[in-house]
Each structure stands twice: as C-alpha cells, then as structure tokens.
Design a binder for this molecule. Structure first.
Ligand code: SF4
Length: 211
C-alpha cells in the first residue's frame, strides 16, 4: 500500500472519531493496568463489570494487597483465567510498592518486568495512560493491518514495527484505537462488514465484499 492511501485511511478514521480511547473503564494508570491484565482473552464488557465492584474497594497497589488474592478473586471470578490473573496482579502490586513507589512505571522495560505484562500490554499502558505513540497489536489490529494492506506481517511484532514505520506521525498516537475499533465493529473476523466500511475503496483485501 502506498503512503497516500494510508494517509487517506487514517484521515477518514480520524474524521469519524477524532479522540478515540479504550472501551475499558479506568481513571488512573493503575486502574488501566489492572483492567488490561484482566482483559486478556476476555471482553472489555466483562472486565468493566468486574472492575465496577473491584475499584471502589481496591484501586491502588496497597489497597489491592490488603484485599489479598482471595478477596481479589471474589471480584474477578467471572473473567477467564481469573486464578492466574489474581496471582499476577498481587505480585505486581508488591513490585510496584517495592520498586516504583506504588506508581505504574512509564518505561517499557519496567512494565514488561511485571508478571502477566507482555509487550502488548506495555504498549497499551504507554499509549493510553501516558500518551506515548506506541501501537499495541492485538488480534483485531493484526487482522485489519493484514487485510487492508496497511501493514502486512506474519507476527504481531512484525505488524507493530511496520505500523510504526508507516503510519504518518500525525496519526500515530491514536492509530492503535482507530484500528482496534475498526476491527472490532467493521472489519470483524468472520464476515467483514465491507458494505458499511468507510475505507472500502482504499482497502486492498482481495476478498472484500462488494459495496
Ligand atoms: S473493506 Fe472489508 S476487508 Fe477492507 S477494511 Fe473494510 S471491512 Fe475490512
């Protein structure tokens, strides 16, 4: 795909949604970190339902540690993999208090050193909590980037690196959310909604449905 097309695609996505953000409900970097860890293989809706009761009683590392692993599980047991997520979050709280003054660190290495936090989660935190122009490649972005031709790649990391190279600078901050939302609601996995897609004429997917 040429750079002119990419520019047009992001212009349209921006015009339709100038200030996109995550659908996870959070107020602080710590709340976002917890929500993102919980969201692995779970829907944002299910995470929001759990954090609606969790955050009023524990939304800092200290209060979450006080709640304890069993207390935490009681709030998140409707979410997949809740046992390992609870274990990781309690360990994370201990590390945040011991090594980061109870704050969420703003650098990739420290974030990725937290249990249950990989490159994708670190990218979400850096982008959404701290305003860094990172792009976290999840299943939706991976699919949209490959189908459209915006940034094809065989692995999430390859797609991420290509996006960072090719997304025009003006769009890099919000590219992550535009592509996720596009993948979640329009360019869905099984049957993409090409007739309703605002970038259909620019998309290079050979199997797109006719308008
Ligand atoms: S035209 Fe279809 S395949 Fe291309 S981005 Fe839009 S929904 Fe996805």
């Amino acid at each position: 795909m040429n750079s002119e097309k990419r520019h047009l695609i992001f212009t349209r996505l921006r015009d339709a949604n100038p200030a996109p953000t995550t659908e996870l409900v959070y107020r602080t970097p710590f709340e976002l970190l917890v929500a993102v860890v919980l969201s692995a293989q779970a829907t944002d809706i299910s995470v929001n339902r759990a954090t609606a009761t969790l955050f009023p009683v524990a939304n800092t590392p200290a209060t979450m540690l006080a709640l304890g692993e069993e207390g935490l599980k009681a709030h998140i047991r409707t979410i997949g993999l809740f046992n390992s997520k609870a274990r990781n979050l309690i360990k994370t709280c201990t590390i945040l208090l011991a090594e980061h003054g109870g704050e969420v660190p703003r650098d990739r290495a420290s974030l990725e050193a937290l249990p249950g936090v990989g490159r994708k989660t670190a990218n979400v935190i850096l982008n959404t909590a701290f305003g860094e122009p990172t792009i976290a490649v999840d299943t939706h972005i991976f699919r949209v980037a490959n189908r459209t031709g915006i940034a094809p790649g065989k692995t999430p990391l390859a797609v991420e690196q290509r996006l960072l190279r090719h997304v025009p600078k003006a769009f890099r901050q919000h590219a992550h959310h535009w592509l996720i939302l596009h993948g979640r609601y329009i360019c869905i996995a099984r049957k993409p909604r090409c007739p309703q897609c605002q970038i259909a004429d620019l998309c290079e997917f050979p199997d797109k449905a006719p308008a």
